[in-house]
Design a protein around this ligand. Sequence first.
Ligand code: TA6
Length: 312
Amino acid sequence: MIHQLNDRHAIESQLKFIDGTTEFRPEQIVSLPEKVADFPIIQIENNFAKAAISLYGGHILSFQPVTESEDLLFLSENTIIQSGKAIRGGIPVCWPWFGPHPEHSDLPSHGFVRNRFWSVLSTATTPKGETQIQLRLTDTPETRKLWPHAWELVLDIIVGDTLTVGLITRNRGNEPFTITQALHTYFQVGSIDGVRILGLDRTEYIDKVDSGAQKFQAGGVEITSEVDRIYTNVPPQLIIDDSTWKRQIQVLSKGSSSAVVWNPWSEKAAKFPDLSDDDYLKFVCVETTNAGPDRIQVFPGSEHRLESKIRN
Ligand code: TA6
């Protein structure tokens, strides 16, 4: 599979596919869906940045601009590559529902596309010399059992000095459907106690740590305990201010009016087998979402694009 992918989609000295079962922490690969022999990862390196994307989950694992000594994304050293399980860190794609399924608690949290293999639609170099990758996923008889609709998803990724991630939902059925979704980005930070999220001042949020209470944000968001909040009516640009590493990461969203800020803190982090006990100090999730009341209805033949641009 790796050989065919490189034959069709590699870009000389910019983009290649590697076999994750041998080159991506093989010790952490517990099991893969039986029908695949390897675990393709796209490695990108251009004049602007390095990045890595797993076809499993359509999951961006890494993004490091050439100007940065540290990856902008957090990826757990203990992530478990296991059929049906999502990779911990990077940018999980949560679709067609965010969080637990609204009616059926037995269905997987955050939908079912972050634990499926996506196909490669195209790879290209932009006129600026950035690398563009489009991945695709469509409904199957199996997904229709989970969610009875016909759809196509395209992940439109551009790796440059900015990482642009567009998640395009197309309704290929003959009735409207409603989705909630997230680009559930894990940002790597020097230490969580030196982090402030800027741009959410004077917005309202749903506090999932306090039984979903509706609250009001005053000033920057600081993380001193477990935080799990759905902010509503948020501005397009948020900033992660990391005083430890003396860097700011900008997150520019489109097709979204909500955002999620999450950090499990120590007690909850200890319950995640794919996180080390002190990992909560090293990341904060600032997610570009359609979540909470921000739900999207997609009509037959039409589409919705959720987009997040990330840069330091
Ligand atoms: O986005 C925050 C959240 O919904 C938290 O409630 C927590 O569940 C987190 O996502 C991680 O979820 P996961 O299913 O990836 O373990």
